[in-house]
Design a binder for this molecule. Sequence first.
Ligand code: 3AM
Length: 217
Amino acid sequence: MRAEPTTDSHAVSQMIRLFIALPLPFDIRARLAGLAGGVPGARWVEAEDLHLTLRFIGEVDEGRLPDLDAELIRIEPPDFSLVLDGCGQFGTGRKIHTLWIGAERNEALSRLQAKIEAAVIRAGFPPEPRKFSAHVTLARLKDANPERLTRFLAGNGLFRSAPVPVTGFALYQSHLGHGGARYQKIQAYPHEDGEEEGLPIMPGFDPEETEGHLWKV
Ligand code: 3AM
């Protein structure tokens, strides 16, 4: 593990913003990204950024990552398919803030989410009080045009994907910035080859300079 205890009295632990999500395969992200448009006031999530959040963890001291990793790696790797289905919104009226594509009821997904929740709690984090609601955020809204929104929801209510294979999940760090958050996958589960020793956390990570999979929200 890289985050070893240190005797350096000047060392300052860093708070990082974490969440756990299902990465989505390219073809389904491309299809979802193709739905974008037609709703003035919507900020659409880019194709490479689309994901299904399983557990938001929030701001944590990065020194707690090894404990979290040790619990998440114990979860048996998932092996099931998921069908994305339907379209909806979070918020009501003028306060609608999120447009999403939903997921068909799926026992394997629920079991995976419950195992992740239990692992996060075992790692010492407080339980998530809100009920899990599987969705892929398509857009964030601010004062979106209500008629265009209604038209979008009606037009995509019958959305249905081909089965999406789920063989893993990932821990992501969210970097909040002026242009919104940027997301960085910091650990895949199961660990990918060569990652057995622990989390490839980059201290001093600079989203502006780092190439790779970053999400803008
Ligand atoms: O893109 P989605 O909506 O799936 O909405 C946030 C995003 O998920 C959610 O965590 C993901 C990464 O930011 N999120 C942000 N703040 C949250 C909070 N306080 C939150 N979920 C629950 N509680």
